[in-house]
Design a protein around this ligand. Sequence first.
Ligand SMILES: NC(=O)c1ccc[n+]([C@@H]2O[C@H](COP(=O)([O-])OP(=O)(O)OC[C@H]3O[C@@H](n4cnc5c(N)ncnc54)[C@H](O)[C@@H]3O)[C@@H](O)[C@H]2O)c1
Length: 272
Amino acid sequence: MTTVQRVSVISGGASGIGGAVSRRLAAAGDLVVLNDIDAEAAKAAQSDIEGTGGECLLVVGDISDQAVVEQVRDVALGAADGRIDVLVNNVGDFRPASKTFLHSTPEQWQRLYEVNLRNVLQLTHALLPTMVEQGHGAIVNNSTVEAFRGIPGHVAYSAYNAGVVAFTKSLSVEVGRYGVRVNAIAPDLNDTLQTPAAAMLRGRDAGQLPLWVPLGRFGQPDDCARVVEFLASDAAAFVTGQTLPVDGGTLAASGWYAREDGKGWTNMPDHP
Ligand SMILES: NC(=O)c1ccc[n+]([C@@H]2O[C@H](COP(=O)([O-])OP(=O)(O)OC[C@H]3O[C@@H](n4cnc5c(N)ncnc54)[C@H](O)[C@@H]3O)[C@@H](O)[C@H]2O)c1
């Protein structure tokens, strides 16, 4: 039996979580259509993929720009025989941020909207007709645990990412009948350029991680990529509308910390 090569589109596919997704899907044999705003990082990802025998087409540009969305669609449609099997809406960013919502500006909300929610709708809207027509497709969106847990200082970011979760759920109901599945991941504490381990620790001893994160470590981009690969695969053929936290257990803990003296847990503000 011959397996047809999947065409997989990844936004923000050069580095961080998206970079791990592109490399992982290409290593599994997918033809990857990689969009990224960073031309150099995109070329580096393409060369990594091709260096290990994979296939990768680049579309460099801001995915919140409709012209770039259309370019991604056209490149994906021309990549093989007009099929698009997988879409990973990975782009999202908590910047620009102000210290508080009180001090934030409408310009910041607009950019956060474009980068966290609108681009997900735009790219999905452009690729969905092909998935519906061919009778199959898997969409995996990238949200955040902060869609579920409040985060002071990032009010608009968390609101738009809660929008990604609701979009995932509602769209899955609309398009299930066409064989299209829609799921999402909700990462926390992944060591990437956007949230480097050093910035997350802010001078604290990394030895304290087991007190903070139930699984005792920061995540690596491939922790998320493996879950994206699963959600995009036939192993998840009966899973749709779900957002899966990939967070080492922080959402489950939600404010509970292991005590340093080993005597159970605490949710007190001074974490004795
Ligand atoms: N790292 C974490 O712990 C974490 C936590 C929660 C949610 N997330 C979500 O995961 C996703 C990826 O995060 P990351 O930490 O890997 O980020 P990152 O900033 O390290 O990587 C993002 C990638 O997307 C590209 N990109 C950024 N804006 C773009 C745009 N407008 N158009 C095209 N490409 C663009 C960047 O060049 C980069 O290659 C985001 O949606 C983010 O909100 C990450």
